[in-house]
Write a protein that binds this ligand. Sequence first.
Ligand code: GLC
Length: 743
Amino acid sequence: MPGLNTSKSMSETISKRVDSLLLQMSLREKVGQMNQYNGFWDVTGPLPSEGESVKKYKDLKDGLVGSMLNVTGVPEVMRLQKIAVEESRLGIPLIIGYDVIHGFKTLSPIPLAESASWDVDMIRKSAEVAATEAAACGINWTFAPMVDVSRDPRWGRVMEGAGEDPFLGSKIAIARIRGFQGEELSSINTIAACAKHFAGSGFSEAGKEYNTTDISESLLHNVVFPPFKAAVKAGVKTFMNGFNELNGIPTTGNAFLQRTILKENWGFKGFVVSDWCSIGEMIPHGYAKDKSAASNSAIQAGSDMDMESYCYIDNLEKLVLSGKVDEALINDAVKRILTVKFELGLFDNPYKYCDITREKKVVGNKVITETVLEMAKKSIVLLKNEGHLLPLRKKGLNIAVIGALAKDKDSPLGSWRAKATENSAVSVLEGLSAYKGNNVTYAKGISLIKGSATFVSELEINTTDRSGIKEAVSIAKNKDIVLMVLGEHAFQTGEGRSRTSLDLPGLQQELLEEVYKVNKNIVLVLMNGRPLTINWADQQIPAILEVWHLGSQSGNAIAQVLYGDYNPSGKLPITFPKSVGQIPVYYNHKNTGRPTKPSNDLVFWSHYSDQDNTPLYPFGYGLSYTSFKYDQLKLSRDAFTKRESIKVSVRLTNTGNYKGTEVVQMYIRDIFASITRPVKELKGFQLVSLNPGMSKQIEFTIDEELISFYTANQKWEAETGDFELMIGGDSVKTVSILFSFID
Ligand code: GLC
């Protein structure tokens, strides 16, 4: 590499190699490292203007690009990397970023579905194979995991996160980061991860995308921050901020978030990339007068890299030369960026991710395919199974399969589908065809959408064409079972896809009711990216399976669960409301001063007059083909002090006829404290597999850290007092016991 005074033999630590490189860089070249351009075709956000590719190539040659995103495939990555490394003065390699959200080309289930498995080891493996496949195709950085806690299913991006709970979200964030980054970031199968969107975008007002967030200090520290803090502890190499303003200040220009909390309090040593154009968007936010002011706010606030807004590359050098920005801020940002590139091994071999033979060998290989299938099976949640309609017999049944989504090979890929080939998922029909003993007839019923759909375009839902309902009803008659695959099109979920209704879209409810009139033996297979208000189905339909958008192996996983070759073990990571009017409705809510109905039936209590307070399905809920019993709940001691801990144990018994896995969940309530506390909070979970009739003693440890929270003293600590501990298979049906934390 011309001019670059670093050498493989140097035994210096990375920080010394960074320092010596920094000394060789001009101010303009330093700013170049803080500049990230989109590739020349794929877009994941609004493009600044047409015809920018000429500028991009020139800046590449001049060493003024630190990173590219949306560039994939060995040949293309190699082409751009060669320009950066062999044509620029210092030959600093690019870091190539991409949204590897739930797989690269072979897709696992959407993150919300994976979270429903609660199987953090499986989730880690899923991220591991995603990294392997992406790295084989030139990628060395993913913009994942998205760790935004959200309680609002109107928000399209709930599909991308781990649901409503900070404890589960933290464990899953750690699993995903460890899966992506592995033990050794310089390995050719690992990529840098990115915790996003820091912070609060999951609380966008009214669930509307990119909307304002107003979040109290207590909610920030006790609910929003924990998964991000866990990500830092897990060694995540990068963060991404967001599009939202937080309490009046856009996250991109929010020094409280990025400097005080992230870099100072939590000691984060990686770098922060802005979200797509979010630096420039501080102008429409009404926070910056122009791009120069936006660039100044962003760098002062700790945004180290500018994704595709051209603000930094056009303004930072002038801001430093005019004295408005201290060059020390630039140096800090560039050192952070270069450090990650060194850790990835990009300076030792900029083309290590560019091996065309490896790409061909790795993509879609057996291990990757089997892993995403296993992940898919574990992500499925059984919501209802009246009369044990499921699992289906494998022989002698006449089955009608109805619904456009049953044949849809595209929607299971979800909306953040990276480089998955269109229509490449195994459909439900194809999965069922692996079971030869039954007679299966198919009818679409109705189209879900009109015309076609893309990642960036608005969808048109079919609300008029009922022509196929008659055929669907006719094939449903006199069948033993009707499988109805209904839900959301992939591109009704994800970024920019907020909905005001959570009902089954279009004419699906009508189709369901028409079929129900002729055959009540319906299994509803729900294919969606967010909770849906399926109240009618919950009351009328005997069996309901939540299969989400399940990835490339969707149909095989669904068929194996329907036929009992896999006993569903998933539990909901997010509450399903009965109505949009209840939102936000979530399990770890506060008690209020009037939680219960007065005995004299007055209205003066916290409730709605037209709906009960309970959700359709609570957080942590999920059934099995078998059943489980919890008893013998006991504590090692009923009180403990600082530096001590106690143990709680419960006996779990498989009381059914199938081997099954139960997610044993432990919740704790801090009954009174310096700020009001939720009626319960998830504080532990274990996956336990038991054969029929078997029992096992399950144990959890309770210590000071577990009951700590951000108190009225504005610090993370435990407070003495009384606590209620609850254990069960969801957040509602639990056995409970009291303990105290004492001085
Ligand atoms: C998008 C998303 C962000 C993504 C980025 C790059 O707008 O908000 O999550 O990583 O742009 O595609």
